[in-house]
Design a protein around this ligand. Structure first.
Ligand code: NAP
Length: 246
């Protein structure tokens, strides 16, 4: 039980990687809030988490809306007290080559993926600073490091998360707060299911380990960073990509 009694809030945790992280952290003894725009789905995930014997609540949260974020963190502390771990996981894609990319597609992706993590980190740091302890783990992406045709907005947002992570790590280390990122490669979830088989085959060829990752592969890295074993690690990125980028 590497996270026994720790309180965690995970954004975008109703499904996919966030859900796997929530279940994985609960198996390690953490109490977990499932924060997502999709409250019905978040409630189902929260039930599955509670069934593992830990405390769990579902929070309706749009990470890009400051008022929403402030209220969700208030509700969280009202119910859980301390906040030990924040996972900035909520993310979307709105793909298209740059010349065809609409301003609204740029804004939507940057607002949720990057500004959302800024807003949530800010509320988390207010709580963690007083506690003199906390871990913030943000889910970036391999495309932050490689770029990706059709994803100017997404890759920029994920690269921005690395700057945000390193800055938080430097600004709040003195208050016992660690900030790190996990950069997954191609992980099988609803986000990647929409890609056609031809694109998937091409991507597989670029992965030395020859297979896509699973949400559990990402979960293992997140749990490590959240655990005591990683207490001397801050401002770092763990790449979980089958060797796609090294
Ligand atoms: P997913 O299956 O689409 O799950 C994302 C979750 O975030 C969904 O439940 C979604 O709700 C929720 N969400 C969307 N907008 C939100 C908002 N404004 N506020 C709160 N929640 C919101 O995606 P995933 O594949 O698990 O990805 C999780 C994270 O990993 C993302 O940050 C993604 O960029 C990153 N990542 C994924 C991969 C991959 O290959 N899958 C690779 C690298 C990085 P709705 O479904 O209702 O919109």
């Amino acid at each position: 039980m590497r996270l026994e009694g720790k309180n965690a809030l995970i954004t975008g945790a109703a499904q996919g990687i966030g859900k796997a992280v929530a279940l994985g952290m609960a198996k390690e003894g953490a109490h977990v809030a499932i924060a997502d725009v999709n409250i019905d789905s978040a409630q189902q995930t929260s039930k599955a988490v509670s069934a593992l014997g830990v405390k769990s609540i579902a929070l309706k949260l749009d990470v890009s809306n400051q008022e929403n974020v402030i209220n969700a963190f208030k509700e969280f502390t009202g119910q859980f007290g301390a906040l030990d771990i924040l996972i900035n996981n909520a993310g979307i894609t709105r793909d298209g080559i740059l010349l065809r990319m609409k301003e609204e597609d740029w804004d939507a992706v940057l607002n949720i993926n990057l500004k959302g993590s800024f807003l949530c980190s800010k509320e988390a740091i207010k709580i963690m600073g007083k506690q003199r302890f906390g871990k913030i783990i943000s889910i970036s992406s391999v495309v932050a490091f490689m770029g990706n045709p059709g994803q100017a907005n997404y890759s920029s947002s994920k690269a921005g998360l690395i700057g945000l992570t390193k800055t938080i790590a430097k600004e709040y280390a003195s208050r016992g707060i660690r900030a790190n990122a996990v950069a997954p490669g191609f992980i099988q979830t609803a986000m990647t299911d929409v890609l056609n088989d031809e694109v998937k085959d091409e991507m597989k060829k670029a992965i030395p380990l020859g297979q896509f990752g699973t949400p559990d592969d990402v979960t293992n890295a997140v749990i490590f960073l959240a655990s005591k074993e990683a207490d001397y690690i801050t401002g770092q990125v763990i790449h979980v990509n089958g060797g796609m980028y090294m």
